[in-house]
Design a protein around this ligand. Structure first.
Ligand code: BTN
Length: 239
């Protein structure tokens, strides 16, 4: 992995999307602060400099099936990194990692297409040393510091993450899907009741698990099995 650092930048994802032609596969850019951090579904990602903010550029020839698995692989890498800090965590399909049922990190995958797939950018924001969160987030968000009771060195944690990520990515490229087993065993949504939008219809479903292709398996009110490829589910209970 090659590392680039900026004290401040608009968004590490946007930086890699602008510069990908001049950068190598497996370049990681991290920053102390983003002025225009982006979350999923057009949301903004606000930081107060206590978060670890980075993006990884991938210029490999992935097919679309593999692309769908990448955010999950990144979530598993984070789950394993947190294990190294003695923190239990769960992966909330498709893009979040939770500690004590509260979100500690979000993952945003973006692809760059110019007739064909040119590159992928995976952005990760981790609440590392946040002391507290705003009223609207305090029930839903947690930081590593809040969970551990002490500060965590952001760069040290980034190095732990990169080790886990590289090792899972090496296996994945060889066709070794061991990360899926870790994912299935640590999936937060298993057994939970959720609301979701399935081809334009609102459904109330029970989550059965995660399938080998990374989709979420749910059963609707009529006991029909549905496979959700992507999107959001809303929990019956908040987070
Ligand atoms: C989400 O939970 O909605 C995903 C959040 C992803 C935030 C990270 S922070 C680093 C990278 N740069 C961005 O602008 N977004 C991602």
């Amino acid at each position: 992995m090659k590392f680039l650092y900026f004290d401040e930048i608009d968004s590490t994802n946007e930086y890699l999307k602008r510069e990908y032609q001049n950068l190598d596969d497996m370049t990681l850019v991290y920053t102390g602060h983003q002025t225009a951090g982006k979350g999923r579904l057009g949301r903004t990602w606000v930081d107060d400099s206590s978060s670890l903010l980075f993006s990884i550029l991938l210029k490999k020839d992935f097919d679309y099936r593999s692309i769908e698995l990448l955010p999950l692989l990144c979530g598993v890498a984070l789950h394993q990194s947190l294990n190294k800090m003695n923190l239990e965590s769960q992966i909330k399909w498709p893009n979040d990692v939770l500690i004590q049922g509260k979100k500690c990190a979000g993952i945003l995958l973006e692809s760059i297409y110019r007739e064909k797939l040119e590159a992928l950018v995976i952005g990760i924001g981790i609440n590392v040393n946040n002391q507290s969160f705003s009223k609207d987030l305090e029930e839903k968000a947690i930081s590593l510091k809040m969970a551990l009771g002490h500060e965590v060195d952001k760069e040290q944690f980034l190095n732990i993450y990169v080790q886990q990520f590289e090792s899972l990515m090496d296996d994945f490229l060889k066709g070794d899907m061991t990360f899926m087993k870790v994912l299935k065993e640590n999936s937060y949504l298993n057994g939970k009741m959720v609301y979701l939008n399935y081809y334009g219809e609102n459904r109330h479903c029970r989550v059965i698990g995660i399938d080998d292709d990374g989709s979420l398996m749910v059963k609707d009110e009529k006991e029909n099995m549905l496979n959700l490829k992507s999107g959001e589910v809303t929990l019956e209970q908040n987070y």
